[in-house]
Design a protein around this ligand. Structure first.
Ligand code: GMT
Length: 375
């Protein structure tokens, strides 16, 4: 099939999922066209089966807000006509489902039917989408999608709670490519981060308030008082500066490495002993899954869809949001001896393998077929 994918091209989970999905679909013989404002970060190889179409939004002084939806829907119409696209898959409802609906309508005027699949990722529902300023349009564009999917059972329930959804929502969980991680490289350089006797604790995110970054630091502070360890913080975002300041205040700056955004998180996860995800809300927690496939147990909250990924007492532990004490004491339970740590590491990889792309891709393919056959 010829599939157009709309996503955010940044380090956020929804963009990563969309990109990895597109790459896997191309491997299966489909022709994939990414339509977004920048080449997606995880998309480094373009080919005859993977195309990228940039949406330009020229600055015009009259506009206080540049009309991205308008440029995106125009680009979609042009791309669909030029390449004979069979269907559209938009990731993250805002504003992609809305722009997709407009493209559908414009194409209908020309006798072209374009089925649209909308995948809900989390904050497009739980944080931004339900805001009264957006809700009406988000509700409308979800209902206008031919198929709606959510990345966890929890997100499906939240969507049904917050919106008046007439469509069936299908749960298609996020995924990882197991092969990519097991064959990637052999030179895991633990010594770059820590001494031989130290444990390495890792956090990866976009450093937004919802990630509860201060909790990451406080949990680590408690761990390092009991067990020699280092904290590796990967990512960029609004809370990063405060986090650096907090580490300075606590006198642990020499034990924390802030690395910025990384395209090669497996190079960091390969030497990590524990992953921290104390988020206030999380529809799925892709970062936790990426940690787990790299044999890293997870200390997280029980928010949103996280319990569907991180299994309490098996792959890590779950605590109530904000319960730093409990998260730190759970971390120490895992790190206390080599045998326990190894057991949790094995469990993390085993459970993560269930989310392998080979199990998830056919779900999307059958959804595509169903949507295509409605034309
Ligand atoms: O975590 C973020 O804030 C980024 C956001 C996104 O859209 O990129 O992540 C959401 O989608 C991910 C991929 O489906 C999920 O794994 C994250 O849990 C979800 N984030 C939240 O719900 C806060």
């Amino acid at each position: 099939m010829k599939i157009a994918i709309v996503c955010y091209p940044t380090f956020g989970g929804s963009g990563v999922v969309a990109t990895e999905l597109g790459i896997a679909l191309a491997d299966r013989g489909h022709e994939v066209h990414f339509v977004t404002y920048r080449q997606p970060v995880r998309l480094d190889l373009l080919s005859h089966r993977i195309h990228f179409h940039e949406v330009h939004v020229p600055e015009y002084p009259l506009f206080h807000y540049q009309p991205y939806e308008l440029a995106l829907s125009s680009k979609l119409v042009d791309t669909v006509k030029l390449y004979g696209i069979d269907l559209l898959h938009v990731h993250y409802a805002i504003p992609h489902a809305y722009a997709g609906y407009m493209a559908k309508k414009m194409l209908e005027e020309e006798g072209i039917y374009l089925p649209m699949i909308t995948t809900l990722h989390g904050t497009d529902i739980t944080l931004v989408g339900k805001h009264p300023f957006y809700k009406t349009a988000v509700n409308f564009s979800i209902n206008q999608s031919d198929v709606v999917t959510a990345v966890s059972e929890n997100l499906k329930q939240r969507t049904l709670e917050f919106f008046d959804i007439e469509k069936e929502i299908e749960v298609v969980p996020n995924f990882i490519d197991k092969n990519k991680y097991s064959t990637s490289f052999t030179d895991c350089q633990r010594s770059l981060m820590a001494e031989e006797h130290e444990r390495i604790i890792t956090h990866i995110s976009n450093f937004r308030a919802v990630k509860h970054i201060p909790d990451v630091i406080h949990i680590f502070n408690k761990i390092q008082q009991e067990i020699p360890s280092k904290l590796v913080m990967v990512g960029e975002g609004p809370e990063k500066e405060n986090a650096e300041f907090l580490c300075e205040q606590l006198g642990i700056m020499d034990k924390v490495h802030f690395l910025g955004n990384s395209n090669e998180i497996d190079r960091i996860l390969c030497f990590s002993d524990l992953f921290l995800l104390p988020s206030k809300s999380e529809s799925f927690g892709l970062a936790a899954l990426e940690a787990m496939i790299n044999r890293v147990p997870v200390i997280s909250t029980n928010a949103g869809g996280i319990p569907e990924v991180n299994i309490h007492g098996v792959t890590g532990f779950l605590s109530n949001v904000g319960d730093v004490e409990d998260m730190a004491s759970n971390a120490l339970k895992i790190l206390k001896d080599e045998a326990t740590l190894e057991r949790f590491k094995d469990n993390a990889a085993r459970v993560a393998a269930k989310f392998d792309i080979l199990n998830v891709l056919p779900l999307y393919e059958s959804i595509y077929l169903k949507a295509y056959n409605t034309r």
